[in-house]
Design a protein. Structure first.
Length: 158
């Protein structure tokens, strides 16, 4: 019986020590949590202050004054504005080259989808060569149409 009593006393003492340790850890973690909450609140206030400072620094009036003072810039007036005329046919050449690029991108995209669709066939290399040849002919035809419409686009003098 004394062994059982001794064992129970030891169990009670160990349980009490475990309880004290758990309460100590709980209090320590609670104070750490409160400290972290306080730090987070301070950082939020600092963040808001910095955001406000950024907004005040980026006002158009301040940017304009800094540009005038530090960069020696000035506002534009009709007296100092220089207008440049585009050479004759430049707009048409630009539109033609833009259309050619769009068509070549479209044909390349369709060729990729056609290639993936034809990958089931027995001879995909022949299909790929045919697709590439068709693309090359389409690009050449597009370039020829652009050159016919505007001879200056083919390297002629302006």
């Amino acid at each position: 019986m004394t062994r059982l009593n001794l064992f129970l006393v030891m169990a009670v003492i160990l349980s009490a020590l475990y309880l004290v340790r758990t309460q100590y850890d709980s209090r320590r973690l609670f104070t750490e949590l409160e400290h972290d909450k306080s730090e987070a609140h301070k950082l939020e206030i600092e963040n808001e202050r910095l955001r406000l400072e950024i907004r005040s620094q980026a006002t158009p009036l301040r940017v304009e004054s800094l540009a005038k003072a530090q960069l020696k810039m000035r506002t534009t007036t009709p007296a100092i504005t220089q207008y440049v005329k585009a050479p004759a046919g430049a707009l048409e050449a630009f539109k033609a080259s833009d259309q050619a690029l769009a068509k070549s991108a479209k044909s390349a995209k369709s060729a990729k989808s056609a290639k993936s669709a034809k990958s089931d066939k027995l001879n995909p290399s022949a299909d790929n060569a045919k697709t590439q040849a068709d693309e090359a002919l389409e690009i050449k035809a597009t370039d020829k149409n652009a050159t016919d419409k505007n001879p200056s686009a083919s390297g002629g003098s302006l």
